[in-house]
Design a protein around this ligand. Structure first.
Ligand code: SF4
Length: 689
């Protein structure tokens, strides 16, 4: 048909990075069709991918800049919005401003905002929502291996002989990675699954171990003790490729980590622990897949280091079918981290405190008045605390494509924090809960309206391609930042004409992206970083032969198990854990605007074990009151044996029954990630008036 075309692009939802064709009719995106040449998903997509076109042309897309006057938004021109933002931001000192970048937008957008923060505003305070999902991975794996990313590739999962899936509901959160688990199983692999909920992923497992949220380190230490006692460790690997093994041994061989005790801590029967450990240790190649069940704890970094420990112990690194496969959440959370949208690094994890790196970026960017100080900035969770606890220290914030008013823990606290700002700019595609609090809102483009790149969980850098024009006056995110920077006196530093120009600058300053360009990325398999030269084929498997530390060795860490910060007591007797469902994505700003996805699941719920429901006199479907030390919500009950007694589960996508009103803003001391996966709650029947 003349007015119809297919545009190949990459899914804007999860970190799997599936490719599909957007169907465009009369200049408007109107469907998704398979693209069979992508090795990641081979033409398949999950429900979110299938309907990833439905929000694009919604009538409530932001189409013009908005300025708040007397508490109400008024439409403005771009010049009016830029002038106001420039005038306000110029009135603050660098350290009084903070920037939140976005794992939903492209690498080019993240790079532009990072350069804006450090070069134009000269602030140290830039972060993004990786803080809420995999900050523990970046810190934990970097400590163990010298690089904080997923070690193996998605395709490689199908070659594993044993998969231990821990704290990841892969079939709902990364469905096309779930497909690789099925392929591994069909190839004869054993699948072990550990999670507090009997999820869709549990149904595929050869062995399902239901455990109490927050007992991961005890389980892993116990498994390592059992491996060592049975002589199943890989002695040659430990000898040649690792250090600090004796320190690990000293801790994991303690009596408190024998399976009798681990069973008491975790709730997993001893026989299951033994079976899982034997399968895992004896297979030729065993991989661990984990997600936020591991990372979102006050012990998130400890949990990640423990996962690394067991793979170092069994020699399951630097080879096919093995590895530590941290499944990153959002489409471009890996890329946003790679682009330096973090308070401690420039692109490619070059430390801001390293004088050589600081000089390199200062020279490359050429700001005549210099860039931010070579000091670490605040993490997003710390920014919120500073706003409430140290009034006046932070005064202005610029948020691109994030929605902390639904995604962050303890929402009452977040609301107080954002309302304490003197000036808030939000750049987004919809008027989110956070945008509603802004002084200025800027309309941005979505994935279907831009060329650009995103980096999936497996470090594969893939292309977005423009399928339609943006609505109204909406603009590319990097272009908005470049135009604003020009208004603030820095036109030369942001003189890019195309997304490709931005990417070429990224490749120039980022060693792991040096060998990439749009011509090389514009093919179905794209490229995995590190890709240091234009001849380099990319690196699907990390740590072959040596680790990324200067001495090439992997490092064991001796980790003791610690319980969650909040444990059940007489007043709040249940553990609450949170997560996602297959139909919705994060704060629902896109999926809840997709007709089909919203029809499938229209609101949130709380899962309650039948025995607990009986004790509480609650029946399936009734509205109940859930309360933590932070707040109270009313939410429909879902009574199900899928959740273990004493534990409750809520998805966090839904503003009308927001799980994060209840969650605890207590942080891992290193990664500053909040403990979303365990807080204490009480649940009550709502008494009729
Ligand atoms: Fe999109 Fe993830 Fe589904 Fe693939 S698995 S279609 S990337 S949401």
């Amino acid at each position: 048909m003349e007015n119809m075309k297919y545009v190949q692009t990459t899914c804007p939802y999860c970190g799997t990075g599936c490719t599909f064709n957007l169907v465009v009719k009369d200049g408007k995106v109107c469907g998704v069709q398979p693209y069979h040449r992508s090795p990641v998903n081979e033409g398949k997509v999950c429900p979110k991918g299938t309907y990833a076109w439905e929000f694009v042309n919604r009538e409530d897309r932001l189409t013009t800049p908005l300025i708040k006057k007397d508490g109400k938004f008024v439409e403005a021109t771009w010049d009016e919005a830029y002038d106001l933002i420039a005038q306000k931001l110029k009135s603050y000192k660098p350290d009084e401003m903070a920037v939140l970048s976005s794992a939903r937008t492209s690498n080019e957008d993240n790079y532009a905002l990072m350069k804006f923060a450090r070069g134009v505003l000269k602030t140290r305070h830039i972060d993004h929502c990786a803080r809420l999902c995999h900050a523990s991975t970046v810190a934990g794996l970097a400590a163990a291996f010298g690089s904080g990313a997923m070690t193996n590739s998605i395709l490689d999962i199908a070659d594993s002989k044993c998969l231990f899936v821990l704290g990841s509901n892969t079939f709902e959160q990364h469905p096309l990675i779930g497909r690789k688990i099925v392929q591994a199983k069909m190839n004869g692999a054993k699948i072990i699954y550990a999670d507090p909920r009997y999820t869709a992923t549990a149904k595929q497992a050869d062995l399902y171990m239901q455990f109490r949220s927050g007992s991961d380190v005890a389980i892993l230490n116990g498994m390592m003790q059992y491996i060592i006692k049975n002589g199943w460790e890989d002695k040659e690997f430990i000898e040649k490729r690792t250090k600090d093994y004796e320190k690990l041994k000293e801790v994991v061989m303690k009596p408190e980590y024998d399976f009798e005790n681990v069973s008491k801590i975790s709730g997993i029967p001893v026989e299951q622990l033994q079976q899982a450990t034997e399968w895992f240790a004896k297979s030729e190649a065993s991989a661990i897949l984990y997600s936020m069940g591991i990372t979102q704890h006050t012990t998130g970094v400890d949990n990640v280091k423990s996962v690394a420990n067991i793979q170092l112990l069994t020699g399951n690194l630097g080879k096919a079918g093995a590895g530590v496969n941290a499944l990153r959440g959002q489409n471009n959370v890996q890329g946003a981290c790679d682009m330096g949208a973090l308070p401690v690094v420039f692109t490619g994890y070059q430390k801001v405190t390293d004088p050589a790196a600081h000089k390199k970026f200062s020279d490359a960017w050429g700001f005549p008045d210099g860039i931010c100080e070579p000091k670490n900035g605040y993490e997003v969770t710390v920014m919120m605390d500073v706003l409430t606890d140290k009034p006046g220290e932070l005064k202005a914030m610029y948020i691109m494509g994030e929605n902390p008013m639904l995604s962050d823990p303890d929402l009452t606290h977040v609301e107080h924090a954002l309302k304490a700002l003197e000036f808030l700019v939000v750049q987004d595609i919809f008027l989110t809960e956070t945008a509603q609090l802004a002084d200025v809102v800027l309309p941005a483009t979505c994935y279907a309206e831009k060329d650009g790149t995103q980096t999936s969980t497996e470090r594969r850098v893939q292309m977005w391609r423009t399928a339609q024009a943006p609505p109204g006056q909406a603009k590319l995110d990097w272009k908005i930042i470049a135009e604003l920077s020009a208004k603030m006196g820095y036109p030369e530093q942001f003189s890019w004409k195309t997304s490709e120009d931005v990417f070429n600058e990224i490749a120039e300053v980022t060693p792991s992206y040096h060998g990439m360009n749009y011509a090389r990325l514009n093919r179905p398999e794209a490229l995995h970083w590190p890709c240091p030269t234009t001849e380099h084929p990319g690196t699907p498997i990390l740590h072959i032969g040596k680790f990324s530390h200067p001495d090439g060795l992997g490092v064991f860490h001796a980790i003791e198990w610690k319980p969650p910060a909040e444990v059940p007591d007489a007043e709040y007797p249940f553990i609450l854990t949170t997560g996602r469902c297959i139909w919705h994505w994060h704060t629902g700003s896109m999926t809840r605007r997709s007709k089909h996805l919203n029809e499938e699941v229209q609101t949130g719920w709380i899962e309650i074990n039948p025995e607990d429901a009986k004790d509480l006199n609650i029946v399936d479907g009734e509205m109940v009151k859930a309360t933590s030390r932070r707040g109270t919500i009313n939410v429909p009950a879902r009574v199900t044996k899928d959740i273990m007694k004493g534990v409750m589960f809520m998805p966090f996508h839904f503003a009308e029954c927001a799980a994060n009103v209840l969650t605890n803003n207590v942080l891992d001391p290193i990664a500053k990630i909040p403990e979303f996966k365990a807080c204490s709650v009480k649940v009550e029947k709502i008494q009729e008036a």
